[in-house]
Design a protein around this ligand. Structure first.
Ligand code: SF4
Ligand code: SF4
Length: 341
């Protein structure tokens, strides 16, 4: 198998939270946890000795399987693979000891947090108790080691109009570099739930977020709003014709605890997206996403060069031909970064 750029290891289906929109819930995996041997096999097939690879650990809650992460790290060291590790966590298990073990692997951290108070209302423990305080404590424990993290925010009707609070939440936490947005998709536990944001709230929230970000930049506080920066980069580089992500160029791979392989983490478990199983050696290697090209409507859109139709996986579970929320998101970001397509 050719070297890839980005490997996602979904090392467990288990989680200590019960978020209202969890995509991982009911994924159909037979194994709860990925074995260390399978995780190492995925790394060895994805990256040759002497090469480098970015690995993101997800779940479920991947910190429930910290030993698997450590086994992958040790394998990289032992075999001369240059592994850059990252973990996407709910933050609630970031005890001082866990933080020290992650820091020993120089692991980057993404913490899922949707905002403050009601804005974070979808993120709860199984008994319904809010997860906010535990996640904040985890981020602070990480900060005590001088480490920074990014926030991953699922945008729902609960937080869309409050997105402008995110830079101030980051400032309050003290060790948050920036935030990336993930529009709610009605999959997993969220299937059939009425959690999609209204277009008006989304537009207002995005504008507030973009403006607060710029205000902070003006006084030297470098909060990074991922989607805004991505658009700025595309404008600045003139790179306006490419694909949206690695998954469309077969440079990313996501593996679930059963060894099933998918083009990216957002497509795990989705019908029609399975590439094969690692136990069979995945003879064809990762392939580009088939059946998920940008919709015809996007390819005819004046904004296509910059927007590229948004995340192909993000359209799963939505109307692929007409998603006003993806368009609204792009329109606001385009206007906030200089207007013309
Ligand atoms: S923390 Fe992540 S895996 Fe756990 S319930 Fe919430 S969304 Fe699902
Ligand atoms: S703005 Fe809307 S229609 Fe245009 S490329 Fe983006 S998602 Fe497609």
């Amino acid at each position: 198998m050719e070297n890839i750029k980005s490997l996602v290891l979904r090392i467990t289906e288990r989680c200590n939270l019960r978020c209202a929109y969890c995509y991982a819930a009911g994924s159909g995996c037979r194994a709860a946890d990925m074995s260390e041997a399978l995780a190492i096999q995925a790394v060895s097939l994805s990256c040759s000795e002497g090469e480098s690879l970015r690995i993101q650990f997800t779940g479920g809650e991947p910190l429930l399987c910290l030993e698997t992460m450590e086994a992958v790290f040790a394998y990289g060291r032992r075999t001369g693979r240059r592994l850059r590790l990252a973990v996407q966590t709910n933050g609630t298990l970031l005890t001082p000891d866990v933080c020290r073990r992650l820091a020993a692997m120089d692991c980057a951290l993404g913490v899922s947090l949707d905002g403050v108070g009601a804005a974070n209302g979808s993120r709860v423990f199984p008994d319904g108790a809010p997860a906010f305080d535990a996640a904040v404590q985890g981020v602070r424990n990480w900060g005590k080691l001088g480490r920074r993290c990014n926030l991953t925010v699922v945008v729902t009707r609960a937080n869309a109009s409050r997105l402008g609070q995110l830079p101030d939440l980051a400032l309050w936490l003290g060790n948050v570099t920036g935030a990336g947005l993930d529009l709610f998709r009605p999959l997993g536990r969220g299937a059939g739930e009425d959690l999609s944001p209204g277009e008006e709230d989304l537009t207002a929230g995005l504008r507030a977020l973009a403006r607060r970000t710029e205000q902070l930049h003006a006084v030297g506080v470098p909060f990074r709003f991922r989607e805004l920066e991505r658009l700025k980069r595309r404008r600045a580089s003139g790179d306006c014709g490419g694909v949206y992500c690695y998954a469309q160029t077969a440079l990313s791979l996501a593996v679930d605890p059963d060894g099933n392989c998918w083009p990216c983490s957002s497509l795990v478990g989705l019908e029609g997206c399975l590439l094969g199983n690692l136990r069979d050696g995945l003879p064809g290697g990762p392939r580009a996403i088939h059946g998920l090209p940008a919709p015809e409507r996007c390819r005819r859109c004046d904004d296509f060069a910059l927007c590229r139709g948004g995340c192909p996986a993000g359209r799963m579970g939505r109307s692929r031909e007409n998603d006003p929320l993806i368009c609204a998101m792009h329109r606001v970001l385009r206007e906030e970064t200089g207007g013309e397509p």
